[in-house]
Design a protein around this ligand. Structure first.
Ligand SMILES: *[C@@H]1O[C@H](CO)[C@@H](O)[C@H](O)[C@H]1NC(C)=O
Ligand SMILES: *[C@@H]1O[C@H](CO)[C@@H](O)[C@H](O)[C@H]1NC(C)=O
Length: 210
């Protein structure tokens, strides 16, 4: 009985880690077909140390916008060596008084404040808000798929690095989902109870139509 449980358990483990066991790595080749598990592997004879480094997070994001927020992503599309490894990172910069608008990802996010003082928070499926002021050096964990946000409450621009449990975590901001597309204003009004004038104003601000 115990042996059967062990065999089943190891089958489950080995199928979920199949990629990791079969290959040391699978640097993405975006020119080859890709499916739900990720990109196909670049020819291993052409992989070099250069593939495993990425400098895209050195520069601050552009915070000249309504949220005073800019981000630089190190996801699989920017950093192909992340393919199949279940991990990625983003840099988020906020100006004084800035905010990361409320949004979701498909997976968990672990962030660290490297400059400044922020409020980090999320809302669970019971609609309880969990939020806390954290400082340089502090971590905050955001469970998968929950709406979350940050606000810079310090006196200097803030810098946060966040890692994700996926090479391609997906990002969906509520403002973008509601006001950055052609979903008719009447429907947005029905599903949010916002005033029509406010909806039109936000659609203009975020580039939506209808
Ligand atoms: C930052 O974004 C603003 C607004 O989109 C743009 O006008 C400006 O040129 C950008 N600055 C840089 C350094 O890219
Ligand atoms: C969710 O909210 C309900 C009603 O407020 C409460 O009774 C319940 O304990 C909450 N559950 C969790 C997991 O927070």
């Amino acid at each position: 009985m115990i042996l059967r449980i062990l065999v089943v358990f190891s089958l489950v483990i080995s199928s979920s880690y199949a990629n990791t066991i079969a290959f040391d790595y699978c640097v993405a080749d975006p020119t080859l077909p890709h499916g739900p598990t990720g990109y196909s592997c670049k020819d291993t004879t052409k992989v070099t140390a250069h593939d495993f480094a990425y400098s895209g997070l050195r520069k601050p994001g552009n915070t000249s916008n309504v949220f005073k927020f800019g981000a630089s992503a190190g996801f699989v599309d920017q950093f192909p060596a992340l393919n199949g490894l279940g991990i990625s990172m983003v840099r988020a910069d906020m100006g004084v008084g800035g905010a990361v608008p409320i949004h979701t990802h498909r997976v968990a996010e672990l962030l660290i404040v490297v400059e400044g003082t922020i409020i980090a928070g999320f809302i669970n499926t019971n609609n309880t808000a969990f939020y806390k002021t954290i400082e340089k050096g502090d971590l905050f964990i955001i469970p998968p798929m929950l709406e979350h946000f940050q606000v810079n409450v310090g006196k200097i621009p803030s810098v946060v690095y966040a890692s994700f449990a996926s090479p391609n975590p997906g990002i969906q901001a509520v403002t973008g989902a509601l006001f950055q597309n052609d979903l008719p204003s009447e429907i947005v009004q029905k599903i949010t109870l916002l005033d029509r004038a406010q909806i039109k104003k936000l659609k203009r601000m975020f580039g939506g139509t209808n």
